[in-house]
Ligand binder design. Structure first.
Ligand code: ATR
Length: 274
């Protein structure tokens, strides 16, 4: 097999964990290929992608700040990318056209189900905190999986309303986010709060339903204050690393032809990374 080249593009991109994940799989499956990290400044996005096409790349992942800007450059989009309005995975077809996909929603749901295989998340409402790109992917996944009541709380109210409207949900005032958790079977932090270098998320679990699962899409640090507090009170918790690992699986398959497994060895390897 000829060497298959893929990469993640972003700006900045040095801290991306994607090269570690994909190169782990290339080695594990004995494939001939490589996966790099390429910094492309926003003003050079189109040019930078053309260089990848010319360089014979099979495709690439897209991270901040390019996930939305890549959309109009794609010749086709999958349903998730269209609904979310963002692309995180591109396959370059033999003619050099870009096929855009969004695997973040898939990653979120797969990680959730892998962590809590016995829970039925469609039986109760879900509360999503945040209304950015990550929250859009989460809401899309919840809707696609049949969660009927999606509650969205966001600091900027209008963004919560726009997001809730897109996925048949309800906007909740940010000040009422804790009360809104009363009936929720799933609580998801999809804001950037709690991330290394950012403020912690202020969220009391006093009102939360005892059977709720608390999920944080933040993975740096691996254990956010929200997850620690939830664990201490006996809630089931799901960290953000699972979503990152699971979103990578269908992307890898598109370029390398193998749907790889998220296993303990990969978790072990990534645990060491800051
Ligand atoms: P991403 O695409 O990764 O989701 P984003 O679009 O910048 O990133 O969204 C960040 C989310 O975190 C938003 O929901 C943001 O709320 P606003 O829409 O009000 O900006 C939320 N967020 C960031 N800092 C926050 C803070 N200090 N308090 C409350 N929410 C915050």
């Amino acid at each position: 097999m000829a060497e298959v080249k893929a990469a993640v593009i972003g700006y900045p991109v040095e801290h991306s964990l994607s090269p570690l994940i994909h190169n782990f799989w290339i080695d594990s499956y004995g494939l001939s290929g490589s996966y790099g990290a390429i910094a492309i400044e926003p003003e050079n996005l189109e040019q930078g992608i053309k260089a990848l096409v010319a360089g014979g790349y099979a495709g690439f992942n897209v991270t901040l700040p390019h996930k939305i800007a890549v959309v109009p450059l794609c010749a086709s989009l999958d349903e998730a990318a269209r609904a979310i309005g963002a692309v995180n995975t591109v396959k370059i077809d033999p003619e050099g056209a870009l096929q855009g996909y969004n695997t973040d929603a898939y990653g979120f749901w797969q990680a959730l189900v892998a962590a809590c295989p016995d829970r039925d998340f469609t039986a109760r409402p879900a509360l999503v905190l945040g209304a950015g790109g990550a929250a859009r992917a989460v809401c899309y996944a919840l809707g696609a999986q049949g969660v009927k009541n999606i509650l969205v709380a966001n600091r900027t109210r209008e963004k919560a309303e726009t997001l809730a409207e897109s996925f048949d949900g309800w906007a909740v005032p940010w000040a009422e986010r804790e009360i809104a958790a009363r009936e929720a079977g799933l609580i998801v932090n999809a804001t950037s709060l709690g991330m290394k270098g950012k403020q912690a998320l202020k969220f009391s679990l006093n009102y939360a339903h005892a059977g709720a699962t608390v999920c944080d899409i933040v993975y740096a640090p691996r254990q956010t204050q929200l997850l620690k507090a939830a664990q201490a009170r006996g809630f089931a918790t799901v960290g953000g690393l699972g979503m990152l690992l699971h979103q990578a699986r269908p992307a890898f398959e598109k370029w390398f032809g193998v749907l790889p497994e998220v296993n303990a060895a990969l978790y072990e390897k990534i645990k060491e990374k800051p």
